[in-house]
Structure formats: structure tokens, C-alpha cells
Design a protein around this ligand. Structure first.
Ligand SMILES: C[S@@+](CC[C@H](N)C(=O)[O-])C[C@H]1O[C@@H](n2cnc3c(N)ncnc32)[C@H](O)[C@@H]1O
Length: 220
């Protein structure tokens, strides 16, 4: 099992900051607005198997399950501390959600096992190589005709958004964030074999342009 953590970046860069993650997201990032939009754009049906990749503290995971109680929802993250917070939130909600610890580029799931894969703010934590390895895994675990729905930093909408994004780059590092702000995620999705790739929406936030993307694994 490949558990290489050489380039691992926790939710707010340092593990001791993970406890503040939800407060930052809620107060400064239009989190509810863009995550709810992501859930709507994915059109989850009631018996779907859904994966939230890099689920962190499970805010998006919970939104998916709340909107679609009959879907089978799983969250995966590599950080035990974030998963501990996620477990508490899920227990309080009383909803049935599976949480797994694992690496995005080495998923512990069989081929063709999910109808939808979501990912909120994971890709800018991955090096280009890990983005590509992760997308290969996403392609593998999606069923033919299944879809990937991503919210992450996208091409800056204007000079102000580009400057704001320097703060994220200072925190999370230039190595993993530059491809995002150069607008390269859609190209990576296509390279992984996904089709109908497009940017569905973008949001101006305090830290830069948040983009919502979608892509589809070809039906057999
Ligand atoms: C910015 S947080 C986003 C959390 C959540 N998805 C959200 O939208 O709020 C990024 C998450 O990705 C996780 N992560 C980073 N690299 C990872 C990897 N290689 N495999 C799995 N999770 C990873 C971190 O632990 C963190 O919880």
C-alpha cells in the first residue's frame, strides 16, 4: 500500500491549526454557498454510491448526505486529526456516513465502485504528480458514466483575486497551488481520460477565485 506522506499538507498547513479549519471556512470563504452549489450540480440519485475525497472535517460530506439521505456516502481523508473532528460532527448529526483514512492517490476501493466522486479543496494540496496519480484513481473507482465534481482554487478572475491568492500560496506552498491558479485542473481531468470537462461556476472569495468543475468517465 502506497502511503507516501512526503508532500502531505493538512487542512490549514499545520496540524495544530486543523481545529480552526471550520471557523476559517465558514467565516471567510462563502463555504455554504459554493458547497451547496457543488452538491446541486452533481444531481445525486437516491441509490448512488458517493465518495467525498479529502473530506477533511466532513462539512461537504454532511451536506451531501443531508441533501440525499438515501445515497451511500463515504468520506476519505489522510489526516487522522481532521477525521476525528469529522467523526464528532457525523455522530452529532445522527447520519450514516462511512469515514476512511487513506491517501487520495491510493484509494482502498474496487474499480467502478462510485457513481459520484466529490472533492472540496483537495487538489491544491497535491503536487502535480500526486494530482495526476489521484485522478487516475478517481477514474478507476468511478463507474462508467460516473462523474467527478470538484470545488477548488481556479484561474483568478481578476488582478485582485490573483493578489488575494498569494496568501493561500504562502500558506499551502507554491509547488501545489500554481497549477490551480493557472487554470490547469480541467486539463488534468481530460488527460486522466475524463470527458465533458467544464467549469460550472466561480466564486470571488477573500482568498481568490473558487471554481466548481465537473467531468465524466465515459460510459462503456
Ligand atoms: C483544505 S482541506 C479540505 C477539506 C474539505 N474537503 C473541505 O472542503 O473543507 C484539504 C484536505 O485534504 C486532505 N489531504 C491532503 N492531501 C491528501 C492526500 N494525499 N490524501 C488524502 N487526503 C489528503 C487534508 O488532510 C485536508 O483534510
Amino acid at each position: 500500500m502506497n502511503e507516501d506522506r512526503t508532500n502531505y499538507i493538512p487542512a490549514l498547513r499545520y496540524q495544530w491549526l486543523t481545529g480552526f479549519y471550520d471557523t476559517v471556512m465558514e467565516g471567510m470563504m462563502r463555504e455554504t454557498e459554493f458547497k451547496q452549489a457543488l452538491v446541486r450540480q452533481a444531481r445525486v440519485a437516491k441509490d448512488y454510491q458517493v465518495l467525498d475525497l479529502g473530506c477533511g472535517t466532513a462539512t461537504l460530506t454532511l451536506m451531501i448526505k443531508q441533501a440525499h439521505p438515501e445515497a451511500k456516502v463515504t468520506g476519505l481523508d489522510g489526516d487522522p486529526k481532521a477525521l476525528e473532528i469529522a467523526r464528532d460532527k457525523i455522530a452529532k448529526s445522527g447520519l450514516a456516513i462511512t469515514l476512511d483514512e487513506g491517501m487520495a492517490f491510493n484509494l482502498p476501493y474496487p474499480d467502478n465502485s462510485f457513481d459520484r466522486v466529490f472533492s472540496g479543496l483537495l487538489f491544491h494540496h497535491l503536487t502535480r504528480e500526486d494530482k495526476e496519480r489521484t485522478l487516475k484513481e478517481v477514474y478507476r473507482v468511478l463507474r462508467p458514466g460516473g462523474e467527478l465534481h470538484v470545488a477548488d482554487w481556479g484561474k483568478a478572475g481578476n488582478a485582485l483575486m490573483r493578489s488575494a491568492f498569494f496568501l493561500v500560496q504562502l500558506l499551502d506552498g507554491f509547488k501545489t497551488t500554481t497549477d490551480n491558479v493557472n487554470g490547469l485542473l480541467p486539463e488534468f481531468f481530460s488527460k486522466a481520460g475524463l470527458q465533458q470537462v467544464h467549469e460550472a461556476a466561480r466564486y470571488a472569495t477573500m482568498f481568490g477565485t473558487m471554481a466548481l468543475y465537473q467531468a465524466r468517465k465515459p460510459a462503456r
